[in-house]
Design a protein around this ligand. Structure first.
Ligand code: C2O
Ligand code: CU
Length: 457
């Protein structure tokens, strides 16, 4: 959450700074976030799981309400929003093949919708205002989602998106595949940023040292683990503007769209706003820290300091278990056929200008069309002065290459960061008909015009 959006900003209307939060305290991973003086570090907690109210097999019925809430981070109260009273909102857990029915109530003081980011929802259930009238305050709406792909997705509004997500409206949607190996614990870690951000008019530049990261709403928590434990950890970057750059994060099992084609242990893992990843953590004798390196949309790695996100502390040390035998497909990347069916050029944002896709700002857009079930190659070129996480609703895409370099194995995503002056080539075989939003997931860019619609028919 960014303080400049909040009613409780400083008396002069300027940004509020969390008390006792001095950037100098962020020098090392050891000092935490000013907690030394304020008391012990918090124990990591997890969002509650939504209760299935439908006894029928294969049907999950849950209740979700968006309402007003106050968020306390480092002793500062932020007036915001929450799903079912908490940020992150409750985790919706289901199995592949289930249909989820969400009885949603809008108890906000504003219109809203719920979008299921990463889910192949039927078009009318997608929550985008192109396909659904916004839900007025005190109205109900029922979403029905057949879940046909396993993985880690999330949900958030699609009205006034940058403010509503920033104010605390987001939660995780886990679709389990029972054929995957069991683990001792399956954990959800949702990351967000709070506090002052130096935002220029065009949001071109942010100082990462001025932000406080939270993990499941907590600053610098401790995750207690038991020696010998195997953890599956699902990471969601719910920040509207901030990137995570995680050195040696562990074994990477999955990106946006379910299991990767091959397991890997990357030297670093960058999660742009909207991105997800799944990791396998094997707990042995000693704990470790999960840190993030400074990274901004202004061009990636930048000035600033390494920040600790959480520490893992081991109780009852024991030898680490072996990695599980995950059913990676081993598929290589598809071959780039060389043609291009559709090009998206991301530009704009200079001197207060709108953020643009193909020279157009939402809602004055040209609707592009792709044929259902037919392979299409989409090229995304970033000609602007900031990075952009390219996001597409409803259908997934395979990454063929970034600046001519193919990934090591087949990589299927719904959100993919395109650095400055870079070109991504993506392969779609759209199987979900409808009108789907395509936008930047830096949500101020999206609200600033960087959104369009892709029709699949
Ligand atoms: Cu999470 Cu339209 O986005
Ligand atoms: Cu952008």
């Amino acid at each position: 959450m960014i303080a400049w959006l909040l009613a409780c900003s400083g008396a002069d209307g300027g940004p509020a700074r969390p008390s006792g939060h001095d950037p100098a305290e962020h020098d090392t991973g050891d000092t935490g976030h000013g907690h030394g003086a304020d008391g012990p570090r918090p124990e990591l907690g997890f969002p509650p799981e939504l209760q299935d109210l439908d006894p029928a097999e294969g049907r999950v019925r849950v209740e979700l309400e968006a309402g007003l809430a106050t968020h306390r981070v480092e002793g500062v109260d932020y007036a915001g929003y929450a799903y079912n009273g908490a940020t992150p909102g409750p985790t919706l857990r289901a199995r592949v093949g289930d249909t989820v029915v969400v009885d949603f109530r809008n108890a906000l003081d504003a219109e809203t919708t719920v979008h299921w980011h990463g889910v192949a929802a039927p078009n009318a259930m997608d929550g985008a205002t192109w396909v659904q009238a916004p839900i007025p305050p005190l109205q109900d709406y029922t979403y029905e989602l057949p879940l046909d792909r396993p993985g880690t997705s999330w949900y958030h509004p699609h009205v006034d998106v940058d403010h509503q997500v920033d104010l605390g409206l987001y939660g995780v949607l886990v679709v389990e595949d029972p054929s995957e190996p069991p683990v001792d614990r399956d954990l959800v870690l949702v990351f967000d940023t709070w506090g002052e951000v130096q935002v220029t008019d065009d949001h071109g530049l942010t100082n990462p040292d001025d932000q406080v990261w939270t993990v499941n709403g907590l600053v610098d928590p401790i995750l207690r683990a038991t020696g010998g434990e195997r953890l599956r950890v699902r990471l969601v970057n719910a920040s509207i503007t901030s990137y995570l750059d995680l050195p040696a994060p562990g074994r990477l099992l999955a990106t946006d769209q379910g299991l990767a084609a091959a397991g890997s242990t990357p030297e670093r893992l960058v999660l742009a706003p909207g991105d997800r990843a799944e990791l396998e953590w094997l707990v042995g004798d000693t704990g470790w820290e999960l840190v993030t390196e400074p990274y901004t949309a202004a061009g990636g790695a930048t000035w600033g300091h390494t920040r600790r996100l959480l520490s893992v502390e081991v109780e009852s040390p024991a030898p680490a278990p072996d990695p599980a035998d995950w059913p990676f497909s081993g598929a290589p990347p598809s071959v780039d056929p060389g043609w291009t069916d559709l090009t998206y050029v991301f530009s704009g944002g200079v001197d207060g200008e709108s953020w643009l896709i193909n020279g157009e700002a939402w809602p004055d857009i040209t609707l592009e069309t792709l044929a259902l079930g037919v392979e299409a190659i989409v090229e995304v070129r970033n000609l602007s002065a900031t990075e952009h996480p390219f996001h597409q609703h409803g259908n997934t895409f395979e990454v063929l290459s970034l600046d001519g370099v193919a990934p090591a194995s087949r990589t299927v995503e719904d959100t993919y960061n395109v650095p400055i002056r870079s070109t991504a080539r993506l392969r779609l075989v759209p199987d979900n008909p409808g009108d789907w939003m395509v936008h930047c997931h830096l949500l101020q860019h999206e609200e600033g015009g960087m959104m369009t619609v892709l029709r699949v028919e």
